[in-house]
Design a protein around this ligand. Sequence first.
Ligand SMILES: *[C@@H]1O[C@H](CO)[C@@H](O)[C@H](O)[C@H]1NC(C)=O
Ligand SMILES: *[C@@H]1O[C@H](CO)[C@@H](O)[C@H](O)[C@H]1NC(C)=O
Ligand SMILES: *[C@@H]1O[C@H](CO)[C@@H](O)[C@H](O)[C@H]1NC(C)=O
Ligand SMILES: *[C@@H]1O[C@H](CO)[C@@H](O)[C@H](O)[C@H]1NC(C)=O
Ligand SMILES: *[C@@H]1O[C@H](CO)[C@@H](O)[C@H](O)[C@H]1NC(C)=O
Ligand SMILES: *[C@@H]1O[C@H](CO)[C@@H](O)[C@H](O)[C@H]1NC(C)=O
Ligand SMILES: *[C@@H]1O[C@H](CO)[C@@H](O)[C@H](O)[C@H]1NC(C)=O
Ligand SMILES: *[C@@H]1O[C@H](CO)[C@@H](O)[C@H](O)[C@H]1NC(C)=O
Length: 414
Amino acid sequence: MSLTFFLCWVCLLMSLLQCPVESQGRPKFFNVMEYGAIADGTTDSSEAFLKAWKEACEWKGRATFVVPLGKIFMVNSIMFEGSCKGQMVFLIRGILKAPTDPSKFLTENWINFRYVDNLTVSGDGTLDGQGKVAWPYNDCRKNPHCPALPVTMRFDFVRNARVHHLRSIDSKGAHFIIFGCQDMNISNINISAPGDSPNTDGIKIGSSQRIGIAHSNIATGDDCIAMLPGTREVNISDVVCGPGHGISIGSLGKSGDEDVLSGIVVKNCTIRGTSDGVRIKTWAYPMLKDTEASNFVYEDIFMDNVSNPIIIDQQYCPVPPCKFVPSRVQISNVTYKNIWGSSGSKVAVTLRCSWKRPCNNVVLEDIDLSYGSGYDGNATALCSHVNGHALGKQNPPSCLQSNWPPPFSSKFLG
Ligand SMILES: *[C@@H]1O[C@H](CO)[C@@H](O)[C@H](O)[C@H]1NC(C)=O
Ligand SMILES: *[C@@H]1O[C@H](CO)[C@@H](O)[C@H](O)[C@H]1NC(C)=O
Ligand SMILES: *[C@@H]1O[C@H](CO)[C@@H](O)[C@H](O)[C@H]1NC(C)=O
Ligand SMILES: *[C@@H]1O[C@H](CO)[C@@H](O)[C@H](O)[C@H]1NC(C)=O
Ligand SMILES: *[C@@H]1O[C@H](CO)[C@@H](O)[C@H](O)[C@H]1NC(C)=O
Ligand SMILES: *[C@@H]1O[C@H](CO)[C@@H](O)[C@H](O)[C@H]1NC(C)=O
Ligand SMILES: *[C@@H]1O[C@H](CO)[C@@H](O)[C@H](O)[C@H]1NC(C)=O
Ligand SMILES: *[C@@H]1O[C@H](CO)[C@@H](O)[C@H](O)[C@H]1NC(C)=O
């Protein structure tokens, strides 16, 4: 008996026994309605969602979890955990609503994916965090014990993922958090919360590598995007941000020991009506160890009425008073190229670095930022403890050395 012939018999036998080999690669849909979810927008359907996820996660082929179109479900804190046996597609076509009362949440997250590889979350649906009632509790300006409110969607230790075509509105805390993830692309996401809603960051990334964010619209009450220690190789492009606090690196330098943050490219973005544009912020705070934040490129960015369009602030202190010690975060290799538009404050460019660890190799190239309209005065730039150079057009006049490299003679004079 030839080997092929023998294998054929094995195949036949296995298919008769419904051997798992047969389901390998075969797609299957797991519709929450078939697991008892109730689409009235108020009954807690968490259990049905978990049941559907559990079966989907066990499926050896491509499993598609479906929240059907035109339906509204309320779910509480829910953890979708891997590892799963096959590729997972989480299709949100309808609307998911969070419980209104933040004290009803079982954990600090609303929808949490954890340890899932090869995940797609998509479907043109909506995540409604129902934050309005909760926000006053979370406002540190009004409540000194301001508790962190639930994050709408959080990814922990997820690898090889795509998140696209989703809408997130009125998160209680942050809209999206990405932590400990690798190889993840986010695109065509529409995030919105009122400009005065506290701590409703758009997308927060920490300890993650190779993350792309593209073609998205983020309007919120805090950072549109915030990148925290351990974040490396992030591309952000074609993002419209505002209202909010802009696209931020940091805040850094507050915990004793922080991982390096490096390799961020922000390209072709519009930032509108925000307090900050492209910002790097570090606390002037005692740390146990030095750390680094380096290799950032900001290119082709339009600022429309942004209070601080370009800012490095190594004395970040959102709630004064702060006791300042020099920051131990070394910032280096930061390029700002082709950034234009209007500044809502007179100082359009602020490079305020650490006096212990001055910023290195900061480049300003083709900057054209005017100070509002109807004001009699031009925008200005402020530099402190920064090494770098300016190229091309500089409006406001740069505070960095503009003839670079320095002429041979000047190096040796004095
Ligand atoms: C995820 O994808 C990788 C690369 O395509 C593959 O090697 C791995 O087996 C997949 N894992 C699952 C659970 O599908
Ligand atoms: C993310 O996008 C980049 C650039 O388009 C691509 O090279 C990469 O493979 C994508 N990663 C995933 C996980 O889809
Ligand atoms: C995003 O959502 C907001 C609020 O729901 C809406 O006003 C806006 O048109 C949407 N933007 C895009 C680009 O879809
Ligand atoms: C980021 O952009 C670089 C250069 O275009 C590309 O090589 C890389 O794959 C991109 N990474 C992601 C995650 O988009
Ligand atoms: C830049 O972004 C805008 C919208 O934000 C988009 O219409 C345009 O195609 C992008 N340009 C490039 C060169 O990608
Ligand atoms: C600029 O933004 C400020 C708030 O940051 C707002 O009060 C003002 O009306 C805006 N100006 C224009 C011209 O949009
Ligand atoms: C800054 O850029 C230079 C030149 O590309 C490179 O040699 C250096 O390693 C970079 N610094 C850091 C901290 O990555
Ligand atoms: C603003 O800048 C322009 C061009 O650099 C200059 O002509 C003008 O005098 C400046 N205005 C003031 C008030 O400094």
